[in-house]
Ligand binder design. Structure first.
Ligand SMILES: Cc1ncc(COP(=O)(O)O)c(C=O)c1O
Length: 366
């Protein structure tokens, strides 16, 4: 049996006719840029997440950058992030004029909130938790530190559309939170795409100007901007996809339960927490485990037709020495020697999931 890590073409084939119709409809109307479908999709995102405002953008990296600029990130200030995140979190900070400061993640792979305070200096201006793998960090603890030290909070919620902490949705806790529609995301588009969730009207107005060359509604240039508009065709496709999104999340959570039920007895593995409702409602963008003999397991899975992946090609932010990072983060180094993502997407069949489970059990003689 073959179980690809992510079946990219099936993303299209599962609903081909609907997508062809959408392409035909939008294209034949010539409705390509900043059109009704984008506005409708932004409204839908607000309804779905409870966000006050949403803006479709070219990708989540742009969205985070624009959010930081619109939110007034202090020039040359330090921003605390988890070292277990995509380089995009750090590069967005750099482009917005700040300095990323990676700290350790904990065994749950999220930023270790216990280590935030010791990373705060007189230059620190913000914290950006990454809502990794479709799980939201302990936002109460993060806000208690942020409030005490007067720090801004933004979210890298690229992987967490619809994930919740205490019934509040990822991307809506801080000044702004980015969402990614990269094809392998829980809601992927057909190329690059992203959105920014924003709570404050002034930040929204600024971010909206920045994503469209600094032009206002009368087409007048009122500030420096850039071009990062979500294509209207992608917005139309995702409006359609929103109709299925909750079903897909349920399926991901069902698959996570199957993995947890069957693999938790293997002492060589550390699994993500089981799906629950509260305080963490996880959407399982990824199912990331820690595995003893990870490299051998990965080869064994591959030899048996199963795709697996080390997130960020196995490199944490502080390990990017070429970029000038010089922190020693031993906990993250240790975790990164074991992490592996096994197949997780709503298109997996039960047979495929059971085959992955059997193969992992076989590897560990369990
Ligand atoms: C945590 C995180 N941040 C940022 C990004 C960047 O998203 P995009 O590719 O849409 O720019 C990703 C995408 O993989 C991500 O996983």
């Amino acid at each position: 049996m073959q179980v690809p890590f992510f079946p990219y073409s099936d993303l299209y084939l599962e609903d081909e006719k609907a997508y062809k119709d959408i392409f035909n409809d939008v294209s034949s109307r010539g409705a390509f840029i900043l059109q009704k479908e984008l506005e409708d999709f932004e409204k839908k995102l607000c309804e779905y997440t409870g966000s006050n405002y949403a803006l479709g953008m070219g990708n989540a990296t742009d969205a985070l950058e624009i959010g930081l600029i619109a939110g007034g990130l202090k020039k040359d200030s330090e921003v605390i992030i988890s070292s277990h995140t995509m380089i995009a979190t750090a590069s967005a900070i750099v482009v917005a004029g700040g300095k990323p400061v990676p700290i350790d993640c904990g065994n749950d792979h999220m930023i270790d909130v216990e280590k935030i305070e010791s990373a705060i200096t007189d230059k620190t201006s913000a914290i950006i938790p990454t809502q990794l793998n479709g799980r939201v960090c302990d936002m109460d603890a993060i806000f208690s530190i942020a409030n005490e030290y007067d720090l801004q909070v933004y979210e890298d919620s690229a992987q967490a559309l619809g994930a919740k902490y205490k019934d509040k949705t990822a991307g809506t806790f801080g000044i702004a939170g980015c969402i990614s529609f990269y094809p392998a995301k829980t809601m992927g588009c057909f190329g690059d795409g992203g959105a920014l969730l924003i709570q404050d009207k002034e930040v929204y107005k600024k971010a909206k100007l920045i994503r469209d060359h600094g032009r206002n509604e009368e087409n007048k240039i009122v500030m420096w901007g850039r071009n990062s508009r979500l294509d209207n065709i992608q917005a139309a496709i995702m409006l359609h996809k929103m109709g299925n999104y909750d079903k897909w999340i349920s399926r991901r959570r069902e698959i996570a339960s199957m993995y947890n039920d069957s693999l938790s007895a293997i002492s060589n593995l550390l699994l993500p927490p089981r799906p629950s409702e509260n305080p963490h409602y996880d959407i399982f963008q990824n199912y990331e485990i820690q595995a003893e003999n990870r490299d051998e397991l990965k080869t064994f899975l591959s030899d048996n037709g199963i795709g697996s992946l080390q997130q960020w090609s196995g490199v944490a932010i502080h390990q990017c020495r070429e970029l000038g990072f010089n922190q020693d983060l031993n906990v993250t180094d240790n975790i990164f020697s074991k992490i592996l993502m096994i197949p997780m997407n709503h298109l997996l069949t039960n047979d495929q999931v059971e085959y992955v489970i059997r193969t992992i059990k076989r590897f560990y003689n369990n």
